[in-house]
Ligand binder design. Structure first.
Ligand SMILES: O=C(O)CCC(=O)C(=O)O
Length: 227
């Protein structure tokens, strides 16, 4: 498989010089183009087993009903998304901060483009119905930027079914523990939204499904103030 990137390391926090060779090599061998157009890439072992376990561990006691964006400026719990979510405080956990940097490194974008990191947990039958990760036009004024890319990381394997499904592409996939599925919602940013990337989180029929969403914006992300 032809690698997509030569360098993966550009953030100040990684010791680039020391790790460049091994880190880059792992990544180049790990990229599998699972869908050609639009591009969907499976990055094997994007997270180590230890990182997956830690993300689950710090999320377990912090799960809240998942929300979806509604209209111009609202979020709400909604029957189209029945999982639970834990928002990871990357200021508190250095390992999570490094995971975010890793995603930015893949895209060669500044770390400030990283949105929140969210861990999701689906119990049997819970799901996220078909949706887009990019914002509709009417929401951009509120959000201040568009979501260009999604990395959905599979944090465990001990569940049945629960694939990620791209309805319009007639394609579904499920990675192994630590694998990231990377797709481009709006490559190049606002105005380039790709409506072929309608996708769903299918429900597990056995066990719990744990995943992690890393979303990247087309410019620096400005977190919303808490009320
Ligand atoms: O659960 C999945 O497989 C995909 C999750 C997803 O689409 C999302 O959280 O936006």
């Amino acid at each position: 498989m032809k690698p997509f990137i030569k360098e993966t390391c550009r953030s100040e926090k990684f010791d680039c010089k020391k790790k460049e060779e091994s880190y880059t090599q792992v990544f180049e061998e790990s990229y599998t183009q699972v869908f050609e157009d639009p591009s969907i890439v499976l990055i094997k072992n994007f997270l180590s087993d230890e990182e997956c376990n830690k993300l689950i561990e710090i999320s377990k006691n912090n799960l809240k009903p998942s929300m979806i964006c509604i209209g111009k400026d609202k979020v709400a719990v909604h029957p189209t998304r029945t999982s639970k979510t834990s928002v990871i405080d990357i200021g508190k956990y250095e390992f999570a901060d490094q995971i975010g940097r890793r995603a930015c490194d893949v895209l060669k974008v500044d770390y400030s483009y990283l949105e929140t990191i969210q861990v999701v947990c689906y119990e049997i039958g819970q799901l996220f119905k078909p949706h887009y990760d990019y914002f509709p036009k009417e929401r951009i004024e509120f959000e201040k930027s568009q979501r260009t890319d999604t990395f959905f990381i599979y944090l465990n394997e001990d569940f049945t079914d629960g694939e990620t499904e791209f309805k319009k592409l007639d394609f579904k996939i499920r990675g192994n523990k630590g694998d990231a599925l990377w797709w481009r919602n709006a490559p190049g940013g606002l105005g380039n939204e790709d409506d072929r990337l309608l996708h769903a989180g299918l429900p597990p029929s056995y066990g719990q499904k744990w995943g992690c969403n890393i979303l990247i914006r087309d410019q620096a992300y400005i977190p919303k103030k808490k009320h």
